[in-house]
Design a protein around this ligand. Structure first.
Ligand code: ZN
Length: 515
């Protein structure tokens, strides 16, 4: 990008309109962080009896912050700030704040309030029906609600407006500037590389090398070990963060200097707690690395969902599932579990945590098959929104694709079309962000390796600082100033590119399975 940099040019004093905009945004941020605290509590310590009134509290806060952020005053301030913005360097805090605020304001005000309310009601009913359907393992119980949600989502995409795909405006909400066509290109490239790799690994018939991690591992020791791992990679769980237990692990930011990650523990599985923690710590260090001066503004966020996921996948997989990581970490693991790991070495653990096998559940899938799960969902929700697939045919379409991509058929809808919560709010679930995260992680890792030769060798000595610092300076420090495309071009010189990720998978698994 050949734009002048923020540091080199003197800037005009901030006009009153700018200060007023920032004051409103700061109130919105306070309301939103208060709402996040209610969410964090709900998913960690709240007794189940609190659910109903908690829902009311959250709805009140959401209404207040939505009204503030979409008020006509904000629209007028943004219009009056156009000249000021044009006078500033593109990547100055001020120009970026105005640009990002305008983008969000225009999106948020394009959907009629009644349609937002209608979607909210349908999504609440959708969630309840999805839970009932899961209990009965029967998609038919969810189908009527999804049939109600599809046309609502079509109305929403129409209200946003789009040229090519109805998914475009929905993707743009979490990945500014990214189109469905770009995602399709990415998936096509991945499919061509992954399907033969999955087949070659299957032919090499992976054994039961994961039995090492399927012994009994007491919960307290798993949690203590996991906390050591996240501290080693740079998550601050003392002064600016916390680690707590939950059912579905997540990361949440409650304010400047308060970033909380969560995990869960399964005593019959060594890997769930550790890798959930490394994953969430990746999100957590991104949040902890956002510049405090941007607190209270829309710039205090990651570049996109996909960029956020790139950081979690980086620490979970590229680092945490590497042989170098286990060379360093195996003695720590053996200190916590001397009996279970007595006869194992780093290479045994490396093989155990990287076992590839086609599986039914996306969130439990290995690195190689994971993106085929995402691709399937992306294709199906595109067809639903385009009207080329009827909801009544969704289950069969799901099962057909599972057979063609992974060679397996779900025994029931619970392990099939009902497994993700996303569609309880209608199609357009943001699945592409998961795959973009995997892809971006390797684009960034290759860029970091070019800047820091021998980077992976650091891991074997428990040194993660060079990688951490590169991400902090080049990714975290920008907050949401750049779109994902802008940031990729800045750091890697290209847009989304599956090649580094395919290279990484092919190298790693060719060696692992002697292909
Ligand atoms: Zn994540």
């Amino acid at each position: 990008m050949n734009r002048p940099s923020a540091q080199t040019e003197p800037q005009a004093p901030q006009p009153d309109e700018y200060r007023r905009l920032v004051a409103i945004q700061s109130e919105v941020a306070n309301l939103e962080h208060a709402a996040e605290l209610l969410v964090w509590d709900q998913r960690t310590y709240m007794p189940s009896g609190g659910a109903e009134s908690r829902g009311e509290q959250q709805a009140t806060l959401a209404t207040l912050s939505h009204a503030k952020s979409t008020s006509s005053e904000v629209g007028e301030l943004l219009a009056r700030l156009a000249d000021y913005e044009a006078s500033l360097p593109f990547d100055s805090d001020e120009a970026s704040l105005i640009r990002v605020s305008r983008r969000q304001y225009e999106k948020a005000t394009r959907i009629p309030t009644e349609l937002v309310a209608e979607h909210s009601r349908a999504a609440t009913a959708g969630y309840a029906a999805w839970q009932r359907a899961r209990q009965a393992r029967d998609f038919a119980l969810f189908r009527p609600e999804l049939e109600r949600l599809v046309p609502i989502m079509q109305q929403i995409t129409d209200a946003f407006g789009y040229d090519q795909s109805p998914l475009d405006p929905l993707i743009d909400m979490s990945e500014p500037g990214v189109t469905a066509a770009e995602c399709e290109n990415l998936f096509t490239g991945l499919r061509e590389g992954l399907v033969p790799l999955v087949a070659a690994i299957a032919a090499a018939s992976p054994g039961d090398e994961d039995r090492l991690i399927r012994q009994h591992y007491p919960a307290d020791a798993q949690l203590a070990m996991g906390k050591e791992a996240v501290a080693a990679v740079g998550f601050d769980a003392e002064r600016t963060g916390r680690v707590d237990l939950t059912i579905h692990p997540f990361t949440i930011t409650l304010g400047a200097g308060d970033v909380r990650i969560t995990t869960r523990v399964r005593e019959d599985d060594f890997s769930d707690c550790l890798y959930s923690l490394l994953h969430e710590a990746g999100h957590g260090v991104y949040e902890q690395g956002l510049p405090a001066r941007l607190y209270g503004t829309p710039l205090l966020a990651g570049a996109s969902s996909g960029f956020h996921e790139s950081q979690s996948r980086l620490w979970e997989n590229v680092v945490g599932r590497s042989l170098e990581f286990w060379t360093y970490f195996m003695p720590t693991a053996q200190r916590y579990f001397p009996e279970q790991l007595a006869r194992a070495d780093a290479r045994d653990m490396y093989r155990a945590v990287n076992r590839v096998t086609p599986s039914l559940i996306r969130t439990e899938a290995d690195e190689v098959t994971y993106n085929l799960h995402v691709m399937l969902r992306f294709e199906l929700e595109t067809s639903l929104l385009e009207g080329t697939l009827a909801v009544k045919d969704l289950r069969d379409a799901w099962n057909d694709r599972m057979r063609s991509y992974l060679g397996i058929t779900p025994p029931s809808d619970l392990e099939g079309v009902l497994q993700d919560v996303h569609w309880s709010r209608g199609p357009g679930g943001g699945f592409q962000g998961y795959t973009m995260g995997n892809v971006i992680a390797l684009q960034l890792f290759e860029a970091a390796e070019r800047a820091c030769p021998g980077l992976s060798d650091d891991f074997a000595n428990g040194q993660f600082g060079r990688l951490f610092d590169w991400m902090r300076v080049n990714v975290h420090a920008h907050g949401a100033k750049y779109t994902p495309g802008e940031l990729l071009h800045r750091l890697c010189g290209t847009g989304l590119d599956a090649a580094p990720y395919l290279r990484y998978l092919t190298d790693k698994y060719t060696r692992l399975y002697g292909l």
